[in-house]
Design a protein around this ligand. Structure first.
Ligand code: NAD
Length: 368
């Protein structure tokens, strides 16, 4: 915690109360408390350069599972905030999809240089092992099966190793879950049993957006796709039968489904009013700029597939691999997203409440 303490003296902040000086550490603790944590573990190892945070949100449903991301952070408090936010989300994803796990996340603050790569990840493996199985680590941004293999030398609480059949890219699993949620939405809202001829507007042709487009094209859907990155668009156009539009036009496309697969907070007051699609279902985390916009979509008669429910395909796969399952079992379990989300669509109609409100309520009940 010395690093955090040092940061505090540099970034002392005044929050709501004018007579009390809250430090960054204070506000992070308050944030953690607000989100219902849990445990926060920090490891600093001077020899290897490891600065790791493991945020364990909830253990009620079983050992907490979540990826280990290694990225550059400007400050330790930003890394800490990321770990808290992501671990919290993992708990909700696992709970709503009935996984026997709590949510957690490991954040490694990437050093400028890692002198001994193996020693660095072995040290992280020791850290995970010290947590005694309360946290199971997996791949995330900046890590792959290679790093998981090194970690596995020091702990058994790791998944996605090459031996376990781990795959470096979770996006096909995520895309498959989103596709199943779109099928459920089309069945519920448009009373159609097939995606043949259904028009889907995809925002973001990155890893998930591309795989989603590919899966949907295979089922006969018509795709309009956009991206700010020309290379991503080129890959989609060169390999799939898709139409491209400008990023600013995507909300107004006269499609059946709008699939946000780019950034968070994409749905705001302005573009919700512009939306022509009757269904919103995509992979992006925290799609609603404010959770109240779920109710706004509901009032406008637009069926919203709660993001944390339908984008959990990658997490489901990771949990299946940890349980010694194979790819087929992962796909089978991810198919379950269809029925889970369909039940929520039905409840939303019956109770006249937004789908995101119902989904969050179910997850909270399972975690409390
Ligand atoms: P990615 O970085 O591969 O793709 C995102 C794409 O969105 C990029 O090509 C980027 O250029 C594009 N983009 C950015 N801003 C845009 C804009 N304003 N308009 C249009 N396109 C824009 O990421 P990904 O792995 O495909 O993930 C997509 C989203 O799904 C992210 O929000 C991610 O957090 C979420 N998610 C991903 C997974 C997964 O398995 N990869 C799992 C759960 C959630």
């Amino acid at each position: 915690m010395d690093e955090i303490a040092a940061n505090n003296t540099r970034h002392v902040k005044r929050l709501a109360h004018p007579h009390v000086q809250y430090t960054v550490c204070d506000s992070l603790m308050r944030y953690a408390e607000f989100l219902g944590f849990g445990n926060l573990h920090i490891k600093i190892d001077r020899k290897t350069g490891l600065k790791a945070i493991v945020a364990i949100h909830n253990l009620k449903r079983g050992p907490a599972i979540g990826g280990c991301r290694m990225v550059h952070y400007q400050t330790i408090d930003l890394a800490m905030e990321d770990a808290l936010r992501l671990a919290y989300m993992m708990s909700y994803k696992a709970a709503i999809n009935n996984l026997p796990h709590g949510g957690a996340k490991a954040v490694l603050i990437k050093p400028k240089v890692i002198k001994d790569y193996d020693a660095y990840f072995e040290k992280f493996g020791e850290f995970v092992d010290e947590l005694g199985g309360r946290y199971i680590t997996a791949i995330d941004s900046g890590t792959s099966t290679r790093e998981m293999d090194i970690i596995a030398r020091k702990t058994k609480f790791v998944t996605c190793t090459s031996q376990a059949g781990g795959e470096d890219d979770p996006s096909p699993f995520t895309a498959y879950g989103v596709m199943r949620a779109i099928e459920a939405a089309v069945k519920f809202k448009l009373k159609r049993d097939s995606l043949d001829g259904i028009h889907v507007a995809i925002q973001g042709a990155g890893q998930v957006g591309y795989h989603l487009a590919k899966d949907l094209v295979a089922l006969g859907a018509k795709i309009t796709i956009t991206d700010v990155n020309e290379e991503a668009i080129k890959r989609a156009v060169d390999t799939l039968s898709v139409t491209v539009c400008h990023p600013d036009e995507i909300y107004q496309i006269d499609a059946d489904v709008f699939a946000p697969c780019a950034l968070g907070s994409t749905l705001n007051l302005k573009n919700i009013k512009q939306l022509k699609a009757k269904i919103v279902a995509g992979s992006a985390n925290n799609q609603l700029a404010h959770s109240h916009y779920g109710t706004l979509l509901h009032e406008r008669g637009i069926l919203y597939a709660p993001d944390f429910l339908i984008n959990a395909g990658g997490l489901i796969h990771v949990a299946v691999v940890y349980d010694k399952g194979n790819r087929e079992r992962s796909m089978q379990q991810i198919q379950g997203i269809h029925d889970t989300v369909y039940d929520i669509y039905e409840r939303s109609e019956k109770e006249n409440r937004a789908t995101n409100v119902i989904a969050e309520e179910i997850a909270r009940e399972r975690l409390s």
